[in-house]
Ligand binder design. Structure first.
Ligand code: GDP
Length: 431
């Protein structure tokens, strides 16, 4: 039984919290894409954590956590995160790193920063974690797999080949110091000892687990709008964020995913660059207030600390984000945040060059889209921590009903606070 937990929107929807909650009933949690460029915030009995590389099941001792082959593995960041958990008293986790995952190298991080610097005012607003150069190298076939670490001659040869091209770029395009392949090689020999205990054949492990009927959770990072193919190109990330890619990045057969839980916030937030189209954005004082009240500590990036752009719920974007991932249900987070509002606008359509549409347009048209709002009454009360859905104020339930009708996918999980059990199950307490 495989469930995927993915973002319906721009990322930061609260996937970490939902994964952490559902992980309780899982045997395996697998990260299948991305790297340490985004973070999931998890608040539990050990403290508050921003996980960047480790899967969200890492706090449970009954779960095997897998860094799948689709992930960009920065060994130093993964090791630092493991150390942070140990320092907080979390029991030693069961972690498996795919031997087919590829290594995010220091030259990826440098190239990312150099390229943003070169682009100046046209920069993508990259987190400079090296993700775009990493995935470019993977598809250009000059990436280094985790398994290469344990074959010295092959490792040396792969590294020299990759560094040769980087140095041509660094010298001639960016006018920066060159990389020394020998020093990188020595670093990798040290780093392989850190991860050696965790490396394994996750493909076989996952397929054995499927055969044995284990419960598997696929944990997505970012959201549908950030997909490099179906998202808001080019303001996307560089790995596929969609549930469908879970099959590739975790080596799961496409037919095995039975449940696709698309997570969406009760309002919109986007940590991307200012130049990205963000149709239902709320600016000025009202936007500052929502940003301040959002999430568990205001809407600021878990990895970057950057203020997130905020806006009203966008049903056009969310319906699209659910549709392209085959959502079987939606988990709606942060409903509690809206309790201060007299009325709540919801973006239910876009106007583009005078034409009204409910279909999510291509990026070239999205830039010109203006929001059409339907305004619903607020509930003007604090609902944080309410776990009985029926106990929610009538206007809060009406808001959820309205979103569900617009998105066309059942909303089963309604999150009423950042903590693990601050959840109201809509229509029964099972998923
Ligand atoms: P992720 O990357 O999708 O896991 O999202 P982030 O962790 O980056 O951002 C979600 C933010 O919302 C975090 O600060 C969470 O602690 C917080 N959060 C999640 N669910 C809720 C909720 O229901 N209510 C409130 N107030 N905060 C929530």
């Amino acid at each position: 039984m495989v469930k995927a937990i993915v973002g319906a929107n721009w990322g930061d929807e609260g996937k970490g919290k939902v994964t952490d909650l559902l992980a309780e009933q899982s045997d395996l949690v697998i990260r299948f894409q991305g790297g340490a460029n985004a973070g999931h915030t998890i608040i539990n009995e050990y403290g508050r954590f921003a996980l960047h590389t480790l899967p969200s099941g890492i706090f449970y001792d009954h779960i095997t956590n897998i860094i799948g082959n689709g992930v960009a593995l920065d060994i130093q960041k993964a090791a630092a995160e493991l150390q942070e958990l140990m320092d907080a008293g979390v029991p030693a986790p069961k972690l498996l790193i795919s031997e087919r995952a590829q290594l995010l190298m220091p030259y990826h991080v440098l190239q990312d920063a150099y390229e943003e610097e070169r682009l100046g005012g046209n920069a993508f607003g990259s987190t400079k974690s090296g993700i775009a150069p990493f995935y470019s190298d993977k598809y250009a076939k000059v990436g280094i797999q985790v398994c290469d670490l344990f074959h010295d001659a092959r490792l040396k040869e792969r590294l020299e080949r990759a560094v040769e091209v980087k140095n041509i770029l660094f010298q001639n395009l960016y006018h920066k110091p060159l990389m020394d392949p020998q020093a990188l090689y020595q670093d990798l020999l040290r780093q392989r000892e850190i991860i050696r205990p965790y490396v394994g054949d996750t493909v076989a492990y996952v397929h054995d687990a499927l055969q044995a009927g284990k419960r598997i959770l696929l944990e997505g990072q970012l959201g549908a709008m950030k997909d490099p193919e179906l998202g808001i190109v080019p303001m996307t990330t560089s790995s596929h964020t969609l549930a469908g890619f879970g099959c590739v990045g975790a080596a799961i057969p496409p037919t095995a995913i039975e449940d696709v839980i698309c997570v969406s916030k009760a309002y919109s937030s986007d940590v991307g660059s200012k130049t990205e189209p963000f149709v239902s954005e709320l600016l000025g004082e009202a936007g500052d207030e929502l940003r301040r009240r959002g999430g568990d500590k205001g809407e600021f990036g878990a990895t970057t600390g950057r203020p997130r752009r905020v806006g009203w719920f966008d049903t056009v974007a969310t319906r699209y984000g659910c549709m392209i991932q085959g959502a079987t249900q939606v988990a709606l987070t942060c409903l509690d945040v809206l309790g201060y509002l007299d009325e709540i606008p919801v973006c239910t359509a876009y106007t583009i060059d005078g034409q009204v549409t409910k279909t999510f347009p291509v990026p070239a048209l999205l830039e010109r889209a203006k929001p059409v709002f339907t305004t619903l009454p607020g509930w003007k009360s604090d609902i944080r921590g309410i776990t009985d859905y029926n106990a929610l104020p009538a206007n809060a339930k009406a808001y959820v009903d309205f979103l569900e009708a617009e998105i066309g996918v059942p909303i089963r999980i309604v999150s009423t606070g950042p903590k693990r059990h601050e959840i109201a199950w809509r229509g029964g307490d099972t998923i």
